[in-house]
Design a binder for this molecule. Structure first.
Ligand SMILES: *Cc1c(COP(=O)(O)O)cnc(C)c1O
Length: 416
């Protein structure tokens, strides 16, 4: 059945998919995910990672043992520390960050607000924020909201579609009046990887702070936060960390900055002594001050199963497979889909390409609706993009070939 559809692709590419799977040192991880038969191919692991089979056990166990049995005692026994412990683990496994600089807390959106607001307050007298027009909507909206709240000006970078945001773009925008630069490490549409270390250095030369959005890099691309001297970062856990829908995000704040930043949602859980319930807010030392209210413990469960895998496999090896996967998509697109009018709208150079490849075609929106009916699930990006997000530990090369063979069949019918 699956092999039938594969005959739509040149046979050397099908053979290549099979031999890439056979030679893939990470291939066995795929079996650890929940793989229902109705899902023929999943190319959206960068929007919502698949669940792990281990999560099936973790959730009911939590209900019985921790919540059911320990009840409120579990706050003292483990839950109070969980956001910081899990943050440290994400830092160690995926961010190259020393302990004490990362916490799991709210959604990415809320954390972007908290860190943006705290950062501009830490640069009094500076009235400008640099951001880019190609960033994810929430990132742009948060910057707009903070700028409106404080009467600040936004200097928008309009990145060249063929390069993404560059060091030069940032150098041209920053000045002695820049408080903060907010950018994504991996661009959510094009998949361009920004030069995180180079841009961070340019921002620092101007005396500003940098806030990196790592949603499309955490668990996929080595990030090197400490080595690059990054000030602030946030990232999702439901994408390549498979934390499940609405899993809480993480925030990273460099050690030497923490005690000089005050975030704006000054809730009791970020207080130096939450249980004294005193009259006035006094921020905790260290990362706890970036927590606001009661942490979403339930949402922190599934990501722990994925972190086990990422830790075991290692981000370097995951990145290597990711490059092979995206390279394979580009190869199939060039050989089999280009004749049908499909173009590749992601970087050709693997070193600057993240974990997804965007393919464009005028009939893509309708084609994707039909792919979904067949259990082939990529993402649609307006106006004409199919975003193939390839989560390395849960995606096989034959799965990718199968998805693109279905796309070929559908676009071919459309042509005919
Ligand atoms: C996915 C994503 C988000 C999502 O933010 P939420 O608060 O989880 O909805 C934000 N920024 C970027 C760059 C993303 O890719």
């Amino acid at each position: 059945m699956a092999d039938d559809i594969l005959t739509r692709l040149p046979s050397h590419l099908v053979a290549e998919a099979k031999s890439l799977d056979a030679a893939d040192p990470l291939a066995a991880y795929r079996e650890q995910f929940v793989l229902p038969e109705g899902v023929v191919a999943y190319l959206d692991g960068n929007s919502l990672g698949r669940p792990l089979a281990a999560t099936r056990n973790r959730l009911p166990q939590f209900v019985d043992d921790e919540w059911g049995e320990r009840l409120i005692r579990a706050w003292d026994e483990s839950w109070m520390e969980l956001p910081l412990q899990l943050g440290d683990r994400i830092g160690r496994v995926a961010l190259d960050a020393a302990p004490g600089q990362t916490t799991v807390a709210d959604s990415t959106t809320v954390l972007l607000y908290k860190l943006t607001r705290a950062a501009v307050a830490a640069r009094p007298g500076r009235s400008r924020i640099v951001a880019d027009t190609e960033n994810f909507p929430t990132d742009r909206y948060i910057v707009q909201g903070v700028a409106a709240e404080l009467g600040m000006t936004i200097d928008w970078i309009e990145p060249d579609p063929s390069t993404g945001v560059t060091v030069t773009d940032v150098r041209e925008k920053v000045s002695a009046d820049t408080a903060l630069v907010l950018l994504s490490h991996v661009a959510y549409k094009s998949a361009h990887i920004a030069d995180l270390a180079g841009i961070t250095a340019v921002v620092h030369d101007a005396g500003a702070l940098v806030l990196w959005d790592l949603c499309h890099s955490v668990g996929l691309v080595p990030v090197g936060l400490d080595a690059a001297g990054v000030d602030l970062a946030v990232g999702c856990t439901y994408k390549y960390l498979n934390g499940g829908p609405g899993a809480p995000a993480f925030a990273y704040v460099a050690k030497d900055l923490q005690d000089s930043l005050v975030q704006p949602i000054t809730g009791w859980m970020g207080h130096a002594e939450p249980f004294t319930m005193g009259p006035a807010y006094l921020p905790a030392e260290g990362m706890r001050r970036f927590i606001s209210g009661t942490p979403p413990i339930l949402g922190m469960l599934p990501m722990q199963d994925m972190l086990d895998l990422v830790e075991e496999a290692g981000v370097e090896a995951i990145r290597e497979k990711s490059i092979r996967l995206t390279e394979f998509v580009a190869d199939v697109a060039d050989a089999a889909l280009a004749p049908l009018g499909v173009t590749v709208a992601s970087p050709r150079e693997p070193q600057v390409r993240g974990g997804h490849v965007t393919l464009e075609h005028d009939a893509m929106q309708a084609a994707i609706a039909r792919l979904w009916q067949r259990g082939v699930i990529p993402d649609f990006r307006r106006p004409r993009g199919l975003r193939a997000g390839l989560s390395p530990l849960s995606t096989s090369f034959v799965e990718v070939a199968t998805a693109l063979a279905h796309l070929h069949e559908i676009l071919n019918e459309h042509e005919g």
